[in-house]
Design a binder for this molecule. Structure first.
Ligand code: NAD
Length: 421
């Protein structure tokens, strides 16, 4: 256990244990789901621009496939660890089950500071990772997608590499590909869209709606930016955003288009300067006097050391695992709603599912039809989680626990009819 409390994996397992108890499932369910079915470690040699070979270590954790092929992103980050990857893969099993998708959970990672690589080196590394994993992945086996540090271009290189090995085009092996290469335009903003839909639905219950509510967002990448964009479109006022260097706060609201332009031009939102705007740190952004807080960067940022300082009434987990289990208990006692990652940031994987369905049938919906399908699935999950939470008792259990029970229920029933338990 670290100073901040339980590690991400410990928090996930703690929640799983409690969910199996709350749902009255046999102990075997915890025994099976607390470990991944398979862990693959790969070492990828890349010829760097200086002529030397550098070997990068990567993982693919295949957690559970009771409900279907493993599905989950690939993270490129210098500080990834196998333990973190296991935690992320575990959450994917529950996320996919919760959202009614025909998938199990998996997650990949490569320890690399991708910002230090040239485009050619990054392509070599991405192709090397896809090559190393080719025997273990596929549209009916394991379907990776982007996560922190990876993007549609990387998916394009990977799908190309996999297709070369297969000897024919295999669009359904990776999702969130560029639109020209069997992707879907909704994927770019789908996770942020899902964050906003969950926030909007919760806000209806808390305050009658999102209109005029203030929002702080930690992380201004894919999830953070598009979450802020859709929250604003749905009537909220985004007052603070940060990235890895820190961020900016204006109680009257930020001009997101301008902030994004500054981030794109200079690499950080910190360089955004407008009257009434001041600089803030990544710790401060969590403790601002706002209605809604969206942690959309890394895990464990809300811990028992700062949970008591949080003023937002609604926390929407854009990131995976931003709240530790002990912090969540503190927040729950204070009546703060935490919309958990496996629900609130599922827009991306639900959209990935729709893209995969398109790829399998080589037939594509237009943007509006896709977004409507995505929203329908998200709303269905929201309603099921709220019903489950009310049934279990809102003061006794957290929303995350209710979501886990809902997810475990599907996985348990699949494992049972398969004869695994
Ligand atoms: P991204 O790389 O596009 O953006 C990450 C952002 O976080 C960047 O703005 C970066 O500057 C910032 N950041 C990095 N380190 C930070 C730190 N120490 N403190 C504050 N900010 C920091 O990544 P993303 O795709 O937006 O993913 C963000 C989170 O959302 C991750 O936890 C990821 O697992 C999760 N997630 C992403 C998706 C998706 O579809 N992209 C889906 C579900 C969950």
């Amino acid at each position: 256990m670290s100073l901040k409390g339980a590690t991400f994996l410990e928090s996930v397992l703690q929640t799983l244990k409690r969910a199996t108890e709350l749902g009255g499932y046999p102990q075997e369910v915890y025994e099976i789901l607390s470990r991944p079915q398979r862990i693959i470690t790969v070492n990828i040699p890349v010829r760097m621009d200086n002529g030397k070979i550098q070997v990068f270590t990567g993982y693919r954790v295949q957690h559970n496939n009771a409900l279907g092929p493993y599905k989950g992103g690939i993270r490129f980050h210098p500080e990834v660890t196998l333990e973190e990857d296991i935690a992320l893969a575990t959450v994917m099993t529950f996320k996919n089950a919760l959202n009614g998708l025909p998938y199990g959970g998996g997650k990949g990672a490569v320890a690399v500071d991708y910002k230090k690589l040239s485009k050619r080196e990054l392509e070599e590394l991405s192709r090397g990772y896809a090559r190393a994993l080719a025997p273990f992945i596929g549209p009916e086996t394991d379907i990776p997608a982007p996560d922190v540090g990876t993007d549609p271009q990387i998916m394009a290189w990977m799908v190309d590499e996999y297709s070369k090995i297969a000897g024919h085009n295999v669009p359904g092996v990776f999702t969130a590909k560029p639109v020209i290469l069997w992707g879907n335009p909704v994927r770019e903003y789908s996770t942020g869209f899902g964050v906003a839909v969950w926030a909007r639905e919760a806000a209806k219950k808390l305050w009658g709606g999102l209109e005029g509510k203030t929002v702080a967002v930690q992380g201004f990448g894919n999830v953070g930016y598009w979450g802020a964009y859709w929250l604003e479109k749905m009537g909220a006022r985004v007052v603070a955003v940060t990235d890895s260097k820190g961020g900016v706060y204006n109680p009257n609201g930020l001009n997101l288009t301008e902030v994004k332009a500054v981030k794109d031009k200079t690499g950080t939102v910190m360089n955004y300067d407008a009257p009434g705007t001041r600089k803030i740190t990544n710790d401060e952004v969590l403790e601002l006097p706002v209605d809604v807080l969206v942690p959309a960067a890394l895990e464990n940022v809300i811990h028992r050391g700062n949970a008591n300082n949080i003023k937002a009434k609604l926390i929407v987990e854009g990131a995976n695992g931003p709240t530790t289990a002990d912090a969540e208990q503190i927040l729950h006692k204070k009546g703060i709603w935490v919309l958990p990652d496996l629900a609130a940031n599922a827009g991306g994987v639900v959209m990935s599912y729709l893209e995969w369905v398109e790829n399998l049938q080589w037939y594509f919906w237009d943007e509006e039809e896709t977004r409507n399908r995505l929203e329908r699935i998200l709303l269905d999950t929201f309603n099921r989680v709220m019903n489950r939470w009310n049934k279990l008792g809102t003061s006794q259990v957290t929303i995350r626990e209710a979501a886990y029970v809902e997810a475990v229920d599907r996985i348990y029933n699949a494992m049972k009819v398969r004869g695994w338990i």
